[in-house]
Ligand binder design. Structure first.
Ligand code: N01
Length: 487
């Protein structure tokens, strides 16, 4: 089969892919395709269906700015996010633009025709002037290589890939990990299972979740654009001010949210030893803060057992887990809530740019990109949610929409001025990245005393943007032609 030609190939059909596609359509560019590796559209909120899955950002802000929705509660559950996502896909006619089961094998720049050549694992190939990678920075699950893992005779899966056919009732279940995913699964399944064994390597700070159900009247109001915008504005500013603590003041973090978290823990957990075991030794905010009203009190239950680092996993055997202190925990199910590869996961396929230079070579020291989206040597390639574009205090969708302004501007400038390529200048990317990592040194993610998925193996924070969301919005609002080479 020959190669199919498109102006733009979008990789991934989650919120980023949808946002890219809608922006292209709004700008009169319809010659594009969305490649989706799974057999359904919608991305992370359709894939992550583990019990208790819900967003930890207020839904009116964790949604597309131009697409109001009558959310049923402040922090939407996964099912509602899945419905919203599918509503957006259908409303903008994106379903017919998506090719399912199209897992990208690699992409290669061709200087001859000034196009990207895209190969998928099922043997299809595409040519495109532009590629927008929207594969999701947290979509490559990690299952650590515990000794004996493959010998376990019971059921096991990652939270990303929950087996809903497995009946949990009365079962002996282990959860490995205590991050955002584990924190939602634990309180949700504890009442149903026989025994729940939580293997916590590092405790996480937990704050109350200011959730509430919206009344019918409020839901009606939410669907009205000006009211939706006003509410977004209020939520946005209440969250944005938190960056002052994240960036400039560990003192503020320790004295306001950390105190509140300690109070929350004291209120929810009766036993002093358990409280100690659940108290982190790093400054709040260094790892993602958990928002939960029911996680900590789950540890009061008789059927819920907490294992700490000093009694962690020595090996997995056919019956369950053997701890480092020699306790055998027999199990029916092991849930890996062990997170994602946020370094290699940013773009999960090989990319060969100009002069045969690979992205992995360019990123050998650490992943980097101008505005978290473009790189010298890789013309017409744009990443959504690329290196250092994560945000710890507002909404990832706000960042996605900001990056899209820059990406669409680049494509429009080529399209309407007759250029074939747009490439960020080397000195621009270098200056941007150097300054960003200088700023990073002030942040709680860098100096909060923890290890997290925000960091690369060499200790550089490569996931987060060290500034206010509005400053990211400002720098991505328009492409600066002086910082780019158009040909
Ligand atoms: O993953 P994580 P996650 N042995 O990396 C432990 C977003 N998200 O899927 O902390 C033993 O946070 C690891 O231990 P430690 C959100 O941005 C959002 O929970 O490294 N344990 C940790 O406890 C979030 O931050 C939502 O010491 C091992 C856990 O596994 C991000 O996704 C919901 C281990 C991994 O936690 C990731 O969250 C869910 C090992 N070898 C996720 N390796 C919402 O919006 C790892 N661990 C609500």
């Amino acid at each position: 089969m020959g190669s199919l030609n498109y102006k733009v190939v979008i990789v991934g059909s989650g919120f980023s892919g949808q946002c890219a596609a809608i922006n292209l359509i709004k700008n009169g560019i319809n010659d594009f395709i969305i490649l989706e590796r799974r057999n359904f559209t919608g991305g992370t909120w359709c894939q992550n269906s583990y019990p208790g899955a819900a967003v930890d950002v207020q839904s009116p802000l964790y949604s597309l700015s131009f697409e109001p929705y009558p959310w049923s509660r402040m922090f939407a559950e996964q099912k509602e996010l899945e419905t919203y996502t599918n509503m957006v896909i259908d409303k903008y006619g994106l379903r017919e633009k998506v090719t399912l089961n199209a897992d990208v094998k690699d992409i290669t720049w061709s200087e001859d025709d000034k196009k990207w050549h895209i190969e998928t694992k099922n043997g299809s190939s595409f040519h495109a002037q532009f590629v927008i990678n929207c594969s999701g920075p947290l979509s490559t699950p990690v299952v650590p290589n515990f000794k004996g893992k493959e010998t376990f005779k019971g059921e096991s899966f990652h939270t990303n890939n929950w087996n809903h056919d497995f009946d949990l009732t009365g079962k002996r279940v282990a959860i490995i990990g205590s991050g955002a995913s584990a924190s939602q699964v634990i309180p949700t399944i504890a009442p149903d299972v026989g025994d729940l064994h939580v293997f916590q390597r590092t405790p996480h700070w937990v704050l109350p979740r200011p959730d509430r159900i919206f009344s019918r009247f409020e839901r009606k109001l939410l669907a009205v654009k000006p009211i939706y915008k006003l509410l977004r504005y209020i939520i946005y500013w209440s969250l944005e001010t938190r960056m002052i603590g994240f960036k400039y003041s560990p003192w503020l973090m320790k004295n306001i949210p950390q105190r509140e978290a300690l109070h929350h823990l004291k209120k929810q957990v009766k036993d002093i030893d358990k409280r100690k075991a659940l108290t982190p030794d790093y400054t709040i905010g260094c790892k993602r803060i958990i928002l939960s009203n029911d996680l900590l009190k789950t540890y009061n239950r008789e059927n819920t057992h907490l294992y700490l680092k000093d009694n962690g996993i020595k090996e997995i055997n056919e019956n369950g887990i053997l701890t480092t202190q020699g306790k055998q925990v027999d199990l029916d199910l092991i849930v890996y809530a062990t997170g994602y590869d946020a370094t290699d996961g940013v773009i999960p396929y090989p990319v060969i740019g100009r002069n045969n230079k690979s992205l992995s070579e360019t990123w050998s020291e650490f992943p980097r990109a101008y505005l978290g989206t473009s790189l010298p040597g890789f013309p017409n390639l744009f990443l959504s949610c690329g290196p250092n574009s994560g945000i710890g205090h507002t909404s990832a969708i706000f960042i996605i929409e900001s990056q899209m302004n820059y990406i669409i501007d680049a494509i429009k400038q080529c399209e309407f001025k007759g250029y074939q390529t747009c490439e960020v200048k080397e000195e621009t990317e270098e200056t941007y990245t150097t300054k960003l990592h200088e700023e990073m040194k002030k942040t709680i993610w860098y100096r909060g005393g923890c290890n997290s998925w925000y960091k690369s193996k060499n200790g550089k924070v490569i996931a987060m943007y060290p500034g206010f969301s509005f400053s990211f919005y400002k720098i991505t609002k328009k492409l600066n032609p002086d910082h780019h080479v158009f040909q």
